[in-house]
Design a protein around this ligand. Sequence first.
Ligand SMILES: Nc1ncnc2c1ncn2[C@@H]1O[C@H](COP(=O)(O)OP(=O)(O)OP(=O)(O)O)[C@@H](O)[C@H]1O
Ligand SMILES: [Mg+2]
Length: 278
Amino acid sequence: MNRSGRFSFAGLAHERASVMASGQKAGPIKIRLQAVTRSFGAVIPVRNLTLDVDTGERIALIGPSGAGKTTLLRLINGALEPDSGTVDVDGHRWGGSRSRDRDMRSRIGVVYQHFNLVPSLSVVRNVQAGKLGQLPALLAVWKFLMPETREIAPILRKFGIEEKIHERTERISGGEQQRAAIARAMFQDPDIMLADEPIASVDPGLSQLIIDTLNAWSVEKGSTLIVSLHQVEFARNNFGRLIGLRDGKIRFDTAPSNVTAAMLEDLYEKERLVDGTG
Ligand SMILES: Nc1ncnc2c1ncn2[C@@H]1O[C@H](COP(=O)(O)OP(=O)(O)OP(=O)(O)O)[C@@H](O)[C@H]1O
Ligand SMILES: [Mg+2]
């Protein structure tokens, strides 16, 4: 990645080499949250949270419903402003300049928990939409009218939905929509991918395919990947760093081998009490 934020193979090769040399953490700090608090009225989904994520890290964010996972991801991508504290992404602080915010946003791919696809548009147009924000207006209109089908088809193929490429998105299944949403974020070719529950709507086999594809993409590009998950075993088996979030606070932030049954019980205690199984 060069200074203008555009993709460069030389920069990529350098980043990838440094990621691989050290295994986990590598390169400069890419995402830094310092003492971030965000509330909605009386609800405080993120409380005084401090977090550093380095370039190329692959992280699973786990925690019960309402823990603040989506809110945290939205703070990182600048969709939400903190009440207090600071969020920096690759040295950029949100809210300073609209054009710099837009540039940074184009470098962050987001897989939304509820997909945020346009139902009346074809799959290929939805995927193409991932890239439109990076383009000048006229070119964006052109690409929207004439999507890059040849480039998009192989991404859909990875996820087993190539034959749906021209289907209206509202006509495909929830699991297919989930994969189309991931394809859209990948087609954007971002430096950072934030995937909010990207396997919520698919069966275990497809879940593994999706996580493998995201991880392989991150390794190949040297890109940072943060995935929120409810499937704890998936998180443990597929990510080198697990962050446990509850009540807007980080309960643990460590390698999966350090996460004990007691730590998981502590993380999910409220859910067990609520559903009566605890
Ligand atoms: N825009 C909003 N307005 C009001 N409350 C909100 C808003 N966004 C989030 N919240 C509240 O903040 C809390 C945390 O929500 P968040 O979506 O971050 O949780 P989560 O960990 O992603 O949960 P889930 O696993 O169910 O997706 C919840 O109590 C939620 O109702
Ligand atoms: Mg959520």
